[in-house]
Design a protein around this ligand. Structure first.
Ligand code: HEM
Length: 436
């Protein structure tokens, strides 16, 4: 029972400070009959700081529980010519088809609630507890879904993330064969991509921890205002096995979202950029367009021309520390480089500490499950740019070659005959014309 978390729907006032109205109606309609834990026990911990305040205002129930019965996992189908290109053994931690469908649902959720930032933060806070010096799983922490348990949600660093869990609750229930660990990372990567960021080379199949006793201890995530920000960032991120370039690139995720004083204690209650939303109004953003993923974070913290934009001590240090500065300067100038390094660092972050089943992970192809195969339009592929064809298209092309006895790997013999026939025909016409 203690590991079950009853999340209670917020009062209208509190809701306005944490979720958009679209999100709130989604939540209000989301109920569960499973056992519930009284909210007071959630907000009782001294360590919960602003988390408890964000929970106090929660009312009826939505359950976040790992005990939701795992519906029988649909068997993994490798579709011939379909879009699920990656086979995975039946024992895989998550079902590839469900992962793909869940991704489509996440896209819809993003469109209606503008929750991109908090989903990114959710994925990062699940994986960022990783300690490379601990070999055993799950003691080493990382992307293992432990953040769904109240004991970890109550860590001060996770203030407000309960709202992210509530947002994806119905998706988790719909796709029970997707683990929490995968869902958190899927939601985060999808949010980055949908906000205009780079495509992240993700893999899935993360195994979930099974109980709250497997959650990491508090204090593994970074502080925003430590006495020596550069040393602190290195201590925390090196412990995760990440390097200076990763630290700077990943900090660029603050191009999205806002800080809210009632959650983290940082930021203004509202600014000209946040007072009207989109989504729930309020908080202080790092960038003016805080739902767009680009390199403006680096430009803005470098220039510091706008008091309405946030610069945490750990942001400021990226242009102060000599090693961090090299990357921060480059990213402020070169968005393409930032996107490339960000995508690599994000993928690394998302894999930290994870136990994959199958061990090599599952890669899900682009596009929704069961989508109509794309039509072959030759012009689309003749732009001169190198473009990887989809499996469907490759199979279609191969089938077309095979139908006339050829193969895409070698030229059709019939082409030679055809050419010879055309030459003979032209010669014959010319001869007859000359003869006349
Ligand atoms: C470098 C150390 C970091 C520190 C000290 C830090 C600190 C913070 C703080 C204080 C907030 C405000 C939370 C709130 O009040 O709701 C925040 C928000 C956020 N952080 Fe970080 N963060 C760090 C790294 C990262 C990384 C690595 C990522 C992702 C890869 C990330 C993504 C975000 C996002 C997207 C938000 C906005 C959340 C929202 O709008 O709800 N942060 N961070």
């Amino acid at each position: 029972m203690a590991e079950r978390l009853s999340l209670i729907t917020q009062s209208p006032v509190a809701m306005a400070s944490s979720l958009s109205s679209a999100a709130s109606s989604r939540l209000l309609s989301s109920t569960s009959t499973a056992a519930k834990l009284s909210l007071s026990s959630l907000s009782s911990s001294a360590s919960s700081r602003s988390f408890s305040s964000s929970l106090k205002c929660l009312r009826t129930s939505t359950l976040i529980s790992h005990h939701l019965p795992n519906l029988k996992r649909s068997s993994v189908v490798v579709r011939n010519g379909g879009l699920s290109t990656v086979a995975s053994p039946k024992s895989a931690a998550s079902d590839p088809d469900q992962l793909k469908s869940a991704r489509e649902d996440i896209k819809e959720l993003l469109k209606s609630t503008f929750c991109h930032p908090i989903l990114v933060r959710l994925g990062w806070h699940d994986s960022g507890t990783y300690n490379k010096n601990i070999e055993e799983w799950p003691q080493r922490g990382g992307a293992n879904g432990s953040l769904r348990f109240e004991v970890e949600l109550k860590h001060a660093a996770n203030a407000g993330l309960v709202n992210a869990l509530k947002l994806i609750q119905s998706i988790k229930e719909k796709y029970s064969a997707v683990t929490y660990a995968d869902l958190f990372q899927l939601a985060s990567a999808t949010a980055i991509e949908e906000a205009g960021g780079p495509k992240i080379p993700m893999k899935y199949g993360r195994v979930d921890v099974s109980g709250p006793e497997q959650c990491p201890e508090e204090g593994r995530l970074p502080d925003a205002g430590p006495p020596s920000p550069a040393d602190h960032l290195r201590e925390v991120f090196y412990r995760m096995g990440l390097n200076d370039k990763d630290i700077v690139a990943l900090s660029g995720a603050h191009t999205l979202g806002r800080s809210r004083p009632e959650r983290s204690g940082w930021g203004k209650p509202e600014t000209k950029y946040t007072k009207d939303g989109p989504g729930a109004p309020g908080g202080q953003s790092w960038t003016a367009q805080w739902l767009k993923f680009d390199n403006s974070y680096f430009k803005d913290i470098k220039e510091r021309r706008d008091e309405d934009l946030l610069v945490l001590p750990t942001d400021a240090v990226l242009f102060e520390d000599p090693s961090f500065k090299v990357y921060a300067e480059k990213y402020a100038e070169d968005q393409e480089l930032f996107f490339k390094d960000y995508a690599e660092a994000h993928a690394k972050l998302s894999n930290l500490g994870a136990k994959f089943d199958p061990p090599e992970g599952i890669v899900i192809a682009d596009g929704p499950t069961g989508a109509t195969p794309e039509k072959f339009v030759a012009a689309k592929y003749s732009s001169g740019k190198v473009r990887e064809l989809s499996e469907t298209m490759k199979q279609k092309i191969r089938a077309e070659y095979q139908a006339v006895g050829g193969s895409p790997d070698k030229p059709l013999q019939s082409n030679y005959f055809l050419n010879i026939m055309i030459v003979i025909a032209v010669l014959a016409i010319l001869t007859s014309l000359l003869g006349n």
